[in-house]
Ligand binder design. Structure first.
Ligand code: 6PG
Length: 235
């Protein structure tokens, strides 16, 4: 497999990063809609995207052409506040007119195995994502792909069950590294001093889940100064 091409973008503060991320998401949406009549985005979970999702609520875009999938999900009830789909709904999806049939939550309430199989069927006729948003944990995990765990399964299924995940809850579903890599554009959103050590390991070429995401066009990594080892060293 090709080496990961990385485009680092460091922002002096988190507000600048968030605005740049919104601009990039909307540019990706408008280009995709112009090119093929729809925009397929895989949303990131965790807390980093909260504010970016909120900022998108007032965006001028053709929401009717948006199709939303999720990079991963925690095996919790759909209305549980720690569900990634709940967070995306609260901050964005419940506030914009994307047709509900075009929003595809991972049915993780079914349990990891059944939900992964169901999501593979959901994605069966979906080609390349236009945009994948991803976060990164302090151990350099992304989506629910963790160091020391499988990032693919034997038949390279699009969605894989995750058991005993180090980040609670232990039961999850994740898109695989190869499915997340099947995208025109991938943007990682990485902020805060807690992520700096993982960024250093990523930059050193260590084999990590974040480094396993290898779209043809490479990945863009949006860092704030706190997460950027170079900025911290310079200060
Ligand atoms: C999850 C996320 C996970 C997240 C990172 C970063 O379900 O937990 O998909 O991959 O993006 O752990 O989380 P924060 O944005 O909260 O730091």
């Amino acid at each position: 497999m090709q080496a990961q091409q990385i485009h680092w973008r460091v922002f002096s503060d988190i507000h600048e990063l968030r605005q740049a991320a919104c601009n990039a998401i909307l540019a990706s949406a408008n280009a995709a809609i112009a090119a093929h009549g729809k925009f397929i985005i895989a949303l990131a979970g965790g807390s980093t995207p909260h504010d970016i999702y909120q900022m998108l609520r007032t965006a001028q875009t053709d929401w009717a052409k948006w199709h939303v999938v999720f990079g991963d999900e925690r095996c919790l009830p759909p209305d549980h506040p720690e569900r990634n789909s709940f967070m995306a709904g609260e901050n964005l999806l419940n506030h914009v007119p994307i047709p509900r049939k075009q929003i595809h939550p991972i049915p993780a309430e079914l349990g990891a195995e059944e939900a992964a199989q169901a999501y593979c069927k959901t994605l069966a006729n979906t080609g390349e994502f236009d945009l994948v948003l991803l976060g990164m944990g302090e151990d350099a995990h992304t989506a629910s792909l963790f160091p020391g765990h499988a990032w693919e399964n034997a038949d390279f299924a699009a969605a894989i069950p995750v058991h005993d995940a180090p980040k609670p809850p232990s039961e999850r579903v994740s898109l695989s590294a190869s499915r997340l890599s099947n995208a025109r554009q991938v943007i990682f959103l990485v902020t805060g001093a807690g992520k700096r050590e993982a960024v250093t390991r990523w930059q050193s070429g260590t084999e990590l889940p974040v480094a396993a995401i290898r779209p043809m066009a490479g990945v863009e990594i949006y860092l704030d100064a706190a997460a950027d080892p170079a900025t911290v060293e310079a200060n």
